[in-house]
Design a protein around this ligand. Sequence first.
Ligand code: CO
Length: 428
Amino acid sequence: MQDWEEQCEELLHFIDESPSAFHAVANLAALAGEKGYMELQETEDWKLVRGGRYYVKRNDSTIAAFSIPDIDIVQIKGFHIAAAHSDSPTFKIKDNPEMPVEEQYVKLNTEKYGGMLPQTWLDRALSVAGRIAVKQGDEVSTRLVNVDKDLLVIPNLAIHMNREAGKGQEYNAQTDLLPLYGEAKEGRPLSEHIAEAAGVKKEEILAHDLFLYVREKGRRFGGNAEYILSPRLDDLQCSFAAMTAMAESCPKNYINICVIFDNEEVGSTTRQGADSSFLQDVLFRVKEALGQTDVWLRKQLANSLLISADNAHAVHPNHPEKADPTNRPFLNGGIVLKYHGGQKYTTDAYTGAILKELCKRADVPVQTYFNRSDIPGGSTLGNISAAHVSVPSVDIGLPQLAMHSAAETAGARDTEYAIRMFKVFYED
Ligand code: CO
């Protein structure tokens, strides 16, 4: 197997093992941990040393890994920061979720998390993952949970009962999208599955952050198996690539940081989102632990680069007209450099040029993305993060189709391109 095939397999395995943002962050921490990164707690003092490798989590759904070069502190030139996001659109399970239907069925009460393509969630085997809070003794603690079995389905309405179905349908989240869970007779409460999967007693569960996920595993496909079909490629593909490169790199003159934020899909305005003080707090703590001044930190940041990595739209085979006429990213075409006149993307001439140079040094292809001028496009975390920590920034992504579908399509080769580019970034 070639490098890119191995990294593609590893990506699909990582995504399969990461059914929720909590699992993604635990797996990213493990990835760093295997390469000698030590966990720090926000609640404790930090003692940092030259050549040290560390990571810190917030809410168990956001993580920042950082490494300090093995040189005199006064020689450090700045920060090399990569950012991506751990969450994907899904459905969140409400409290008291069981809803009986005519004493026959039980369905679960859920609400939308983020802007998914709802129709893609129908008629697929689904399950439940996330975290629970449990009380044991006097302590409240949290645990990851994955009910690792086929548990639910959101059934479509037959075409015979909805003749308009083929003409474009609106889905009401409260009435059209609730998953069928079982029969009402001798029904087993969902909390029993959750308790069993978490290895706790049902009575110990105090609260939960539980989400639906699709059961299909990611796979390669295509005439030459050149593509991948997988849930959550946005943005676990970039998260995996950035953290893999981070874990495998040794910083030379810059402090490396890889930060994976939760809640991008719901606007980032949470305690652990890109619109929080998390990255700022980490930088502040690093500065303090290294015994440096505020001015030192400002100087370093002015000489830093932040690469915000969030997947990008490739030209669609059935709708090539939806892409910009002269900037046309394709699957397996390499890193996508994103520009936006309205500054939803942070790339400018200077940072775009640096990114192109990085790709050149890594021998990685690079392509450019703009929205069609009459299509508003989406948002991401680069400009939100840059508003808190003002460093020169650039927005990139890997090309994909069907963004926010329950199963997205991307290029099998592109993950390796991103890893190679991030390694050059982190080692230069
Ligand atoms: Co995204």
